[in-house]
Ligand binder design. Structure first.
Ligand SMILES: Nc1ncnc2c1ncn2[C@@H]1O[C@H](COP(=O)(O)OP(=O)(O)OP(=O)(O)O)[C@@H](O)[C@H]1O
Length: 507
């Protein structure tokens, strides 16, 4: 046989497909004319993982891309890494070779003979290509010599396939991360559910539909907890900017001295502590939506700069000179009456005019009590999923009536918290809301425990202390983890710990 022709024909097949399993299939079809093989496979040596990973195999009838990992011992790892291991090995009965019987034996059943070629790239052991045949003593040194001719093409094809696999894996990881980050950015009601869109929020949703496709500024008005952020999200998600970022900034939570840097970013060294360049929310939201929550809390000095940017869509980073332009939609929200603030002189009239182009008022929950049953079942299933509870609890009719007749000063957020609390306290799988009575209309958070002597109302701090304590009691003092208090209260465990410390609570 002319070995040049053999090499050329085999190489053409090894390089005949970008999919390594298909290339193996074509190659086997050719090799069978010269070597008595029933199948072929490639596996990769993963010393860090102490494992061998099968990536592809082919037999007479089919080719399969694989991802089968077989763990190996430290001794096996060391033996495989040895530079003295021969390039070609013939194992005419795999039961006699511990490494091969462990590795190949976990993929191929029955007594087989194996002809192995170690694949090296740049002096590093990459893995092996193996030919197998049913029965004992099927391979000879002549077969080994023929296979050895194909070292380079097999090594290159394997290295290429490996790179492709790793890229695919990185790609999947990145797209999962991307999706996760997008969800984080879109915040709030992650699942996009807007309960009441056909009930009490019908008018609001009509306004959303009118405005979503455009790029104009929207002002969301409504009491705290009515769902302004949820609606801002809905506008973003149904707009042509949906694939762009949704950046939320709470104007009331930024210290005055940092407002400019937070909104417009800063250059390195712009002020003490500006150790690196930072993009502000305007830049971060480029191509998407910027949600300015609690806009009424913005100090007058910052209002004037915001107005300038809204007019020109241009800004300069703190400490910078370059004027930057962004393509963003602004949605702002407030629970305050900006009109009253304008008359009091605490909000600029010209900014109010700018923001008030398309106002959308979200009604308080007490004015759309028809949505309460649906909101309650939504929060029950959401909380059950989050807490990993089995089965959904029941709500007696009298308890649902209690929820419907309550006035909900904290709106949907308060209802959500109440449902969660009732689920934690539930006995016999039944939800009760007996701490909600018409007299307690203005209690911010329901507190079932006795109140301190001589006081009808709890301070926020006391209410918080009692709530945290009751959750800790339910979790048996557990703070971290899936059934821990932090998860139930939906806050970071270290934040909870420091709050507990401040409130003098021990777990
Ligand atoms: N229609 C709704 N459907 C489902 N969940 C809702 C709805 N409205 C509000 N929520 C939930 O209620 C909570 C409060 O909503 P959101 O943060 O949007 O209120 P907000 O008006 O922006 O509050 P704040 O004025 O305090 O910023 C969130 O957990 C949100 O997911």
């Amino acid at each position: 046989m002319d070995t040049n022709i053999f090499f050329r024909q085999a190489t053409l097949r090894i390089c005949g497909s970008l999919d390594i399993d298909k290339a193996l299939f074509q190659c086997l079809d050719f090799l069978k004319q010269h070597i008595p093989a029933d199948g072929i496979y490639i596996n990769i040596f993963q010393p860090k993982r102490k494992a061998i990973r099968f990536i592809a195999r082919a037999d007479e009838t089919e080719s399969t891309a694989m991802d089968t990992v077989v763990p190996i011992t430290d001794e096996m790892c060391a033996a495989l890494e040895s530079p003295h291991r021969p390039r070609i090995r013939i194992i005419n009965d795999i039961t006699e070779d511990p490494t091969t019987s462990r590795v190949a034996g976990s993929v191929f059943k029955g007594r087989i003979s194996i002809l192995l070629m170690r694949l090296n790239i740049n002096g590093k052991h990459l893995g092996v290509v193996g030919l197998y045949a049913h029965g004992l003593n099927r391979f000879s040194s002549e077969h080994g010599a023929l296979l050895k001719l194909l070292h380079k093409p097999f090594a290159l094809a394997t290295a290429f396939a490996l790179r492709q696999l790793n890229l695919r894996k990185t790609n999947t990881q990145l797209s999962q991360e991307n999706q996760y980050l997008r969800e984080q950015l879109s915040g709030g009601s992650r699942d996009g559910a807007i309960i009441g869109s056909r009930g009490g929020l019908q008018q609001v949703m009509m306004r959303v539909a009118q405005v979503a496709g455009l790029s104009n500024t929207v002002l969301l008005l409504g009491e705290t907890g009515v769902g302004k952020e949820v609606i801002a999200n809905a506008i973003h998600n149904s707009s042509p900017r949906a694939t762009g970022p949704f950046i939320k900034v709470n104007c009331g939570a930024i210290p005055d001295s940092l407002i400019d840097s937070e909104l417009f970013g800063h250059e390195k060294g712009a002020f003490t502590g500006a150790s690196s360049t930072k993009k502000g929310v305007f830049e971060q939201a480029d191509g998407g939506t910027l949600f300015l929550d609690e806009i009424g809390e913005l100090p007058l000095s910052a209002q004037v700069r915001l107005l300038r940017v809204l007019q020109s869509r241009r800004f300069v980073r703190v400490g910078g000179t370059e004027s930057r332009q962004v393509d963003i939609r602004i949605i702002s929200a407030t629970h305050r009456s900006l009109e009253d603030m304008v008359s009091e002189g605490s909000f600029r009239q010209d900014l109010w005019f700018r923001l008030n182009v398309f106002p959308v008022t979200i009604p308080p929950l007490r004015k759309r009590s028809q949505d309460i049953p649906e909101l309650v079942s939504w929060f029950i299933s959401k909380t059950s999923r989050r807490l990993g509870l089995a089965g959904l609890p029941n709500i007696p009719k009298a308890e649902m009536d209690r929820l419907i007749s309550y006035t909900w000063p904290g709106n949907v957020r308060e209802l959500e918290n109440c449902v969660e609390r009732a689920m934690i306290l539930a006995e016999h799988n039944e939800l009760k809301f007996d701490w909600l009575s018409p007299q307690l209309h203005h209690a911010p958070i329901p507190v079932p425990e006795e109140q301190p002597a001589g006081s009808d109302c709890l301070t926020m701090e006391e209410a918080m202390r009692q709530h945290i304590q009751s959750v800790l009691q339910k979790t048996g003092g557990k703070v971290h983890g899936p059934n821990g208090a932090a998860r139930i209260l939906d806050i970071n465990p270290s934040t909870l710990r420091s709050r507990m410390k401040k409130l003098g609570i021990t777990s």
